[in-house]
Design a binder for this molecule. Sequence first.
Ligand code: SME
Length: 169
Amino acid sequence: MAETTLDVRGLPKAEAWAQLEAQLASLLGGVGDDDIAAMATISCVVHQGFGHLWTGFYRVVEPALLRVGPYQGTLGCLEIAFGRGVCGMAAAERRTVVVEDVEAFPGHIACDGRSRSEIVVPVLGRDGALVAVLDIDAAERGAFDDEDARALERIVGWFARTSVVDKRA
Ligand code: SME
């Protein structure tokens, strides 16, 4: 495979996401139904694309507990309970959470002191159950908006179509 990661910094967001989504559609076609391979590939493409501080997944490993999964960036927290921090809120409420300024978000978990804004998107499996959340942390305030939320929701739609969560049932 001759594909290399794209750097989409500097492009308008719509174009940036279109390029990354097209590359991911091609790459994810090659991972079968392997959710860890998909998480690793999505983390890599999005992280290298935008160069934010941290891009990766927290997996649901117990009914109300997230554990770190594939990611790129500095060391992340290992476990996060539902309801704690931005990831725990997105997991508990099963909705995308965009935080423009983490210093104004009560309970934000600062894994990296440089983090200023964050987006967390719930990842649903084929049966509609929550299997993970996708978290991105940025060094600038207000790095994420609705356009990022919709693009990331489309990307994690792979899991709803394909995820092996059904095999665990
Ligand atoms: N900031 C996150 C925790 C995870 S990491 O930063 C990688 C949160 O508040 O949920």
